[in-house]
Design a protein around this ligand. Structure first.
Ligand code: C2E
Ligand code: CA
Ligand code: CA
Ligand code: CA
Length: 279
C-alpha cells in the first residue's frame, strides 16, 4: 500500500509537470501564431428570431496550428489571459471587428451591431481606453454599434474600477453586454449600478429548454430581470426551433446559435448577409 501511495504521488507530480510544460509550449506556439498572422477572426450572426433578420454578429477568435488543426478557444484563451498575450491579441481582435463593422455599414447594413469579447486583463490594462478610442478613430467604426462583452466575474473583482471604466466607455457611445449571464455570482445591485445595455443568456440555460426535461426556468427569469431593469437580452447557443419558440414566448427576441448561423469568415458573413432578408 505504501509503495502504491508513493507511486500515485509521483504520477501526480509527473502529470503536473507535463501539464505545465504543455501550457508553456502552447503559450510559445500562440505567440508565434499571433506574430506570423495565423490567428483570425470569425463572425457569428445574431438575429431577431421573429423574422430571422440579421441584427449583428459576435467576433470570435480562431487559431489554426502548424498541423492545420483548430485549437479550441476554451483551451487557448485561458493561456492567452494567463500569459498576458490577451492584451495585444485582444486589441487586434477589437480592431479587426471594428474594421469589419465599418465595412458592413459602408455596404449599407447601417443598424448592424458588432460584439467583441473583452477579458479582465484587457479591461484593467491602463491603456485599454486609449486603444479602444484608437480602434474607433482609425477604423471609423460607428461606436454606438460596437458592443463589448464582459463577464460577471469582472464586476466582482473590483466593482469601483469597473464602474469608472464603463463610464468612460459609455462616453464613446460604446455598448456593454454581460456575457454568460447567470453563470457568475454578481449581485443584482452591482448589475444595476453598472448600467449595462444587454444581458446574454448563457448557452447552458438555453440547453435546458428541451423536450426531455427542461422548461428553461432560469432563461425565463433572466428575460424577466432584463425587462424589469429595462435592458436588452439575447440568447446564445440556440439550436432548435423549440428553444427559439420558447425564448420568444418568454419575451426574448434576439438570438445567436447554430439554428440560424455558425461562426464564419468575413467573406462568408458578407455573402450570408447578402442573401438574408434586408434589415
Ligand atoms: P462565448 O463568448 O460564450 O462565445 C460563444 C460560443 O458559443 C462560441 O464558441 C460559439 O462558437 C459557440 N456557439 C454559438 N452558437 C452555438 C450553438 O448553437 N451551439 C453550440 N454548441 N455552440 C454555439 P467559441 O468560438 O469556441 O468560443 C469559446 C469562448 O472563447 C467564447 O465563449 C469566449 O469566452 C472565448 N473567446 C472567443 N473569442 C474570444 C476573443 O476574441 N477574446 C476573448 N477574450 N475571448 C474569446
Ligand atoms: Ca461572448
Ligand atoms: Ca457567451
Ligand atoms: Ca458561453
Amino acid at each position: 500500500a505504501k509503495a502504491h501511495q508513493r507511486a500515485s504521488h509521483s504520477y501526480f507530480t509527473l502529470d503536473m509537470g507535463v501539464e505545465i510544460r504543455e501550457r508553456v509550449r502552447m503559450m510559445h506556439a500562440l505567440r508565434a501564431a499571433f506574430e506570423n498572422e495565423r490567428l483570425f477572426v470569425v463572425y457569428q450572426p445574431q438575429v431577431d428570431m421573429r423574422t430571422t433578420t440579421p441584427v449583428g454578429a459576435e467576433a470570435l477568435l480562431r487559431w489554426k496550428n502548424e498541423e492545420g488543426q483548430f485549437v479550441p478557444p476554451d483551451q487557448f484563451i485561458p493561456i492567452a489571459e494567463y500569459s498576458g498575450l490577451i492584451v495585444d491579441i485582444g486589441e487586434w481582435v477589437l480592431r479587426s471587428a471594428c474594421f469589419e463593422l465599418q465595412h458592413l455599414h459602408q455596404l449599407g447594413y447601417t443598424d448592424f451591431k458588432m460584439a467583441v469579447n473583452v477579458s479582465q486583463a484587457q479591461f484593467s490594462h491602463p491603456q485599454f481606453l486609449q486603444s479602444l478610442e484608437r480602434a474607433l478613430v482609425e477604423t471609423k467604426a460607428p461606436a454606438n454599434c460596437l458592443e463589448l462583452e464582459i463577464t460577471e466575474s469582472m464586476a466582482m473583482n473590483d466593482p469601483e474600477m469597473l464602474i469608472k471604466t464603463l463610464l468612460h466607455i459609455k462616453q464613446f457611445g460604446v455598448q456593454i453586454s454581460i456575457d454568460d449571464f447567470g453563470t457568475g455570482f454578481s449581485s443584482l445591485s452591482h448589475l444595476q449600478r453598472l448600467n449595462v445595455d444587454k444581458l446574454k443568456i448563457d448557452r447552458a440555460f438555453v440547453n435546458e429548454i428541451n423536450d426531455k426535461s427542461g422548461e428553461g426556468s432560469i432563461a425565463k427569469m433572466i428575460v424577466q430581470l432584463s425587462q424589469s431593469l429595462n435592458i436588452k437580452v439575447i440568447a446564445e447557443g440556440v439550436e432548435t426551433k423549440l428553444q427559439a419558440d420558447t425564448l420568444m414566448s418568454f419575451g426574448c427576441h434576439l438570438a445567436q446559435g447554430y439554428l440560424y448561423a455558425r461562426p464564419q469568415t468575413q467573406l462568408d458573413l458578407r455573402a450570408w448577409l447578402a442573401q438574408e432578408p434586408g434589415q
